[in-house]
Design a protein around this ligand. Structure first.
Ligand code: HEM
Length: 205
């Protein structure tokens, strides 16, 4: 039974639509430099958000959060696209992050981070067609778990449903998911100058 997952989907549907618009994937698939600014932007929120999640005790959840970490994939993409590790130290990071005080908040945050892997499948195809970018040539983040996307999503949803079976916990998870979408939207819609270094003079591979 996927009651809570569908409740979250309904509650965040308009936030998802706004985020898709703020992300403007079409405009970021015109050339590799512009695409790189998008990856830098994603890194700027995934890295601090995953760091925040690592500080929370997730022992009550039947989920291997470390195996779902995606910031490293973004680093991989940035390096393939021509940034050095030194360049990355100066990339801006999101300051506004959702409140994560326990496993319920973490599950709400993960709903957004894991759900992005579903849309990632569509984006991967777009990258391949428009920029000839594949999983190993800059598209690691969006290709995500590859053929495992469906299984990973279902196992996350199983954890979500099992842990969120009380109204109070479900409400907490929903609040965290909504706040996370709001953080992503604000961060992705922030002025391009925030990642100007990667859009600037460094060579693009
Ligand atoms: C151009 C950008 C995007 C497109 C085209 C897109 C598209 C999609 C699609 C088609 C699904 C449903 C997949 C399915 O049911 O099998 C989906 C689900 C989802 N996406 Fe996106 N997405 C995009 C960006 C994002 C981003 C950036 C995030 C979050 C950071 C996100 C979060 C989610 C979530 C949480 C779900 C799960 C909804 C559910 O419960 O079914 N999406 N997306």
């Amino acid at each position: 039974m996927e009651g809570l997952r569908f409740r979250l989907r309904a509650a965040t549907a308009s936030a998802h639509a706004r985020l898709e618009a703020a992300m403007d994937i079409g405009a970021h698939c015109t050339d590799r430099r512009t695409y790189r600014t998008l990856i830098a932007r994603f890194w700027g929120i995934y890295a601090p958000l995953e760091a925040a999640l690592r500080t929370v005790d997730l022992g009550a959840l039947n989920i291997d959060f470390a195996a779902r970490s995606k910031a490293g994939w973004l680093v991989e993409d940035l390096m393939v696209l021509g940034l050095s590790l030194e360049d990355m130290t100066s990339l801006p990071r999101a300051q506004w992050l959702p409140t994560i005080e326990g496993p319920a908040d973490a599950l709400g945050v993960m709903y957004v981070m894991e759900g992005a892997s579903l849309g990632g499948q569509i984006i991967s195809r777009q990258l391949q067609t428009q920029l000839a970018i594949t999983r190993s040539t800059g598209g690691r983040f969006f290709s995500s778990y590859g053929p495992e996307v469906g299984d990973k999503w279902r196992s996350y949803v199983a954890t979500l449903e099992a842990f969120g079976d009380s109204p109070a916990i479900a409400a907490r998870i929903e609040g965290a998911a909504l706040e996370t979408f709001a953080c992503f939207e604000a961060w992705l819609a922030a002025p391009v100058a925030a990642t100007s270094r990667v859009g600037g003079t460094e060579p693009v591979h």
